[in-house]
Design a protein around this ligand. Structure first.
Ligand SMILES: [Zn+2]
Length: 302
């Protein structure tokens, strides 16, 4: 039995995983703790309650997915969306508290591993998983190994430059893929196209998807443009690692065919001819609530 932990900006989810199934789960707040030590205490306490309910089962390991987490060092490095603005060695902190091996990994890498071990990536030796949400995360599996890079921070497809001198990005540079195909990017595109201000009063991408379904032209073009930008970014990535499959994951994929239909067309068009017919593009099939927990658990299977 593995404990999977998914640390988000406001909520932290814990789940016990066995044979690719989440047996039980609980949520605690990420914010509101005095410091990271009290946060680790709260995680350990919630974990003990969960574990005690699984009579006769033993905890083998703990996998933790978090933003800005470095798998090589076990440290969360100054994550902008978490309450602590310094390095937090959470792998060691939880290993000490729970008495079993803790493995920390970047949340996008965890998502990639979850898809590879338990989801749409099963059986692929070479896989690319892209998370489309508030930001754009990615994890590359090459020859049955997750690519970490020399410093543990490889696989930042979201911050590859798509447009020279393009939109400002949260990373401080300009023209990154993330500035175009994230939730923020799509909302910017809709605004730039002169979209309805009423639609933008509601958070997220869902209101734009609903507007598109009702025949809103600017919303329709927002999906078309997003698909084209994403297609170019994905085709560029394919030319580097040659995955057999790309799995898309995260909030924006809930737009379904609104995104997928133009994306498939644009992707085929953008793809170098030697890759045609050798890579497919699918949405994640893992249940939304489980994907991050399964991914975190999968970090311990490396
Ligand atoms: Zn960037």
């Amino acid at each position: 039995m593995i404990l999977g932990i998914d640390i988000g900006g406001t909520t932290t989810k814990l789940g016990l995983v066995k044979d690719g199934v989440v047996l039980d789960r609980v949520r605690i707040a990420t914010i509101g703790h005095t410091d990271e030590h009290r946060f680790a205490d709260a995680i350990a306490e919630a974990a003990r309650v969960l574990i005690a309910k699984q009579v006769g089962s033993r905890l083998d390991s703990v996998g933790i997915g978090a933003p800005n987490a470095n798998q090589l060092t076990g440290i969360i490095e100054m994550a902008p969306n978490l309450p602590w603005k310094h390095d937090v060695p959470l792998a060691t902190m939880l290993t000490e508290r729970l008495g079993t091996r803790g493995v920390l990994g970047n949340d996008a890498n965890a998502a990639a591993l979850g898809e590879w071990r338990y989801g749409a990536g099963i059986g692929f030796t070479d896989l690319l998983v892209v998370t489309l949400g508030t930001g754009v995360g990615s994890g590359f599996i090459v020859h049955d190994r997750l690519v970490l890079g020399s410093a543990g921070n490889a696989g930042e497809l979201g911050h590859t430059t798509l447009v020279m001198d393009g939109r400002p990005c949260t990373c401080g540079r300009a023209g990154c893929l993330e500035a175009y195909v994230s939730i923020r990017g799509m909302r910017q595109t809709y605004a730039d196209l002169g979209g309805d201000a009423e639609v933008l009063k509601v958070d997220g991408v869902k209101p734009i998807a609903e507007a598109a379904m009702k025949g809103d032209q600017e919303a329709h073009f927002t999906f078309q443009w997003t698909a084209q930008w994403l297609a170019v970014g994905l085709a560029n990535a394919v030319a580097i690692t040659g995955p057999g499959r790309i799995v898309l994951f995260g909030g924006i994929t809930q737009s379904g065919e609104l995104l997928m239909a133009p994306l498939q067309t644009a992707f085929r068009k953008a793809l170098l001819n030697i890759y045609q017919g050798r890579v497919d593009l699918v949405f994640s099939a893992l249940p939304d609530d489980d994907a991050a927990l399964l991914g975190a658990a999968a970090l311990t299977t490396l």
